[in-house]
Design a binder for this molecule. Structure first.
Ligand SMILES: Nc1ncnc2c1ncn2[C@@H]1O[C@H](COP(=O)(O)OP(=O)(O)O)[C@@H](O)[C@H]1O
Ligand SMILES: [Mg+2]
Ligand SMILES: [Zn+2]
Length: 454
């Protein structure tokens, strides 16, 4: 008799609990716990394992496989130069974002440059993949398709055909018949990724695993898999939904600073060579009360648009509404504006909004908030293609921000031309590296003077 035990696993972070909880105490997710039945640890496993002789350090070769460029520049930049044989790459993103399209394009490149590709899909039929290939102009030469949801199928075919690249689309629709739990559960997703990693290492195959991100947490997310991948990529959409941003959130072979930009078209994911046009509309009509700020999210600097509206109040107690940022922070900035910058906002309603429904909790946006307020109050537009970053102290002084050079290079990549930066920072030194013109400011008054004269 196989003994089993029931566990509750969080589909967001993979933590397991003996009892069901409404809120995951590891990651704080609500209703993310699902019941999973796992076979109790098999006893005989120990006896079956064959002892492997240890290797002598002096005799181990440094046969680290070289980077194999894919030939899609935006992809290669993010991965740090291409694919590394025997490595595991995880590509995550919401349904419909373009994961299957992108990997199909990668498959075509690898097939023509390196060797055969095996594309295992548990999501779509081979006919559906063929139609996509035709639409996006992928010949498919050297790409073998396998429509299956069974892990064991994928492993057997990989071992037989030893492809240069194995694509599994997706890790949540692939399941091992050895486990009782359903596809997409934490234990399945883990087992699938572990088995695939073990399969590709000895054959020097690159495994490219697609992982879904679902908002409701009904599927085990890529967080569960992060530690299993050598490289973890995320495909995201910009607010216009037309562009796709590819980022590395983890990369054993390169940095995680780079972003890749694609445009989603009927011909597939087209690399955006000149990202400046992403923000061009913002540039053409430099708007009153609108500022682009930088916030570091986890390890990634992102750019956001902040909007402020200042209007004479009809109430005895003016309204102060902050959406996407801390209300107390706004109150402090309003006091500084009044006392240090001569902005008389006491009788005005103030609304500040981070566009796109995002939340930022970082003092580095202070200066952006201040300039958005001043711009609205003075009715002076903030010049386009300018990124604003800086923390504000109670004395109205502009304080340095963390990771300035990464913020600047992100802005430069997105087509920005100049940046308002803390004067205390090494602004001029960073300027040459990022290619941005940096305008250092030491006090809130300096920044507002710049706004008036810009
Ligand atoms: N016939 C089509 N013409 C243009 N774009 C299409 C067509 N079919 C699908 N798309 C685009 O491709 C997207 C789906 O891409 P896909 O690679 O399948 O995403 P994912 O694998 O991440 O779910 C759709 O959201 C749509 O924008
Ligand atoms: Mg897909
Ligand atoms: Zn959790």
């Amino acid at each position: 008799m196989v003994r089993t035990r029931t566990l509750y696993a969080c589909s967001q972070c993979g933590a397991t609990f003996p009892r069901w909880l409404g809120k995951c105490s590891e990651c704080g997710g609500w209703n993310t716990l699902t019941e999973e039945v796992r076979p109790a640890k098999p006893r005989e496993a120990r006896r079956l394992s064959i002892a492997r002789p240890p290797e002598l350090l002096a005799e181990i070769g440094t046969d680290s496989a070289p980077m194999q460029p894919v030939g899609i520049e935006e992809f290669d930049r993010v991965t740090g130069g291409g694919l590394v044989a025997g490595s595991v790459i995880l590509l995550s993103g919401e349904p419909g974002i373009g994961k299957s399209t992108l990997v199909l394009q990668v498959a075509e490149q690898i097939a023509s440059r390196v060797g055969p590709v095996l594309y295992a899909s548990g999501e779509e039929s081979t006919g559906q993949i063929k139609r996509r290939a035709e639409r996006v102009g992928v010949s498919g030469k050297g790409v073998a398709l396998l429509a299956t949801t069974e892990l064991e199928d994928v492993i057997a075919t990989t071992e037989q055909t030893r492809p240069a690249l194995l694509i599994v689309d997706s890790v949540q629709t692939t399941a091992s018949s050895q486990l009782d739990s359903a596809a997409g559960t934490v234990s399945q997703v883990r087992a699938v990724a572990q088995a695939l990693a073990a399969t590709v290492k000895p054959t020097n195959t690159v495994a490219l695993l697609i992982g879904h991100v679902t908002k409701d947490g009904s599927l085990a997310g890529p967080k569960v898999l992060e530690h299993l991948g050598d490289t973890v990529l995320a495909l995201e959409s910009d607010s216009s939904r037309q562009y796709r941003l590819l980022r590395a959130t983890k990369n054993r072979f390169g940095s995680t600073d780079e972003i890749g930009l694609f445009e989603m078209t009927s011909q597939g994911m087209l690399p955006v060579a000149d990202p400046s046009h992403l923000f061009l509309s913002r540039d053409e009509d430099a708007r009153v009360g609108s500022v682009v700020v930088s916030a570091v999210e986890g390890s990634r600097p992102l750019l956001f648009e902040l909007q402020a509206l200042v209007a004479p109040s009809g109430y005895s107690t003016p309204q102060r509404v902050a959406r996407g940022l801390d209300g107390r922070r706004l109150a402090m900035l309003l006091a500084v504006a009044e006392r240090r910058a001569g902005l008389k906002l006491g009788g005005h309603d103030v609304f500040v909004n981070v566009t796109g429904g995002l939340s930022i909790d970082e003092p580095a946006i202070d200066l952006g908030v201040m300039l958005a307020l001043a711009s609205s109050h003075l009715d002076v537009p903030v010049p386009g293609r300018t990124m604003v970053t800086g923390e504000i102290g109670l004395g109205g002084e502009i304080r340095p921000v963390s990771q300035l050079s990464r913020r600047l290079s992100e802005a430069a990549k997105l087509g920005f031309r100049s940046a308002i930066v803390p004067g205390t920072d090494r602004g001029p030194a960073e300027k040459s590296r990022s290619g941005l013109k940096s305008i250092p400011v030491n006090k809130v008054e300096d920044a507002i003077d710049w706004l008036r004269s810009a």
